[in-house]
Ligand binder design. Sequence first.
Ligand code: ATP
Ligand code: MG
Length: 195
Amino acid sequence: MLVTESRAQLRARLRAVRKALSAPQQQQAGAAIARQLFQLTEVANARMVAAYLANDGEPSLGPTISQAWQEKIQITLPVLHPFTGKHLLFLQYHQHSVMTTNRFNIAEPVLSCPAVVPLGNHDVILMPLVGFDAAGNRLGMGGGFYDRTLAALPDKHRPALIGIAHTCQQVDNLPVQNWDIPCDVIVTPHTCIRP
Ligand SMILES: Nc1ncnc2c1ncn2[C@@H]1O[C@H](COP(=O)(O)OP(=O)(O)OP(=O)(O)O)[C@@H](O)[C@H]1O
Ligand SMILES: [Mg+2]
């Protein structure tokens, strides 16, 4: 990585790299990430896991979600908060969830208050990212959605924050800001990095 690269430049470069992965590479990555995740005690013992639906070349959590459902682990998905600007809600997600498309053209469950799962009821939050480093720092898409939402993380029952990435998304030293929430673990198809 060039030390002079700004966050915006890094985002553009790393998004292009992950988008250039072929369909078979993406498929293998999604399967390998599921295998890695279920080796983690945080995931194997979880009852409630926040996932995401892949967009923009992010690794697919499809195999992970399927296995979680088989193992009776409940899955939630992020939904754009309708009132609080740039925050996320997490809603229960199952095979029969009614879906809609948000303003970023990403599928999300239709908002329904009984389906909202509070942040602190999760055991694990799986987060997409654009870039990461070995210290667990995370660069997202630039909206600050996860940072804002996770700033309200409860202390008592704090979910494990697991960043999901392709190997090519690692950089040496990510330029971080004081609002950036780091990951406890980063899982790629080949490694599990615990800072
Ligand atoms: N806790 C917070 N409260 C208010 N604003 C915040 C907070 N966290 C981040 N922001 C704002 O969000 C904007 C984007 O932040 P940042 O560049 O870190 O996004 P990101 O980490 O790439 O995105 P995301 O969190 O959606 O993955 C920044 O302008 C920042 O000021
Ligand atoms: Mg951030």
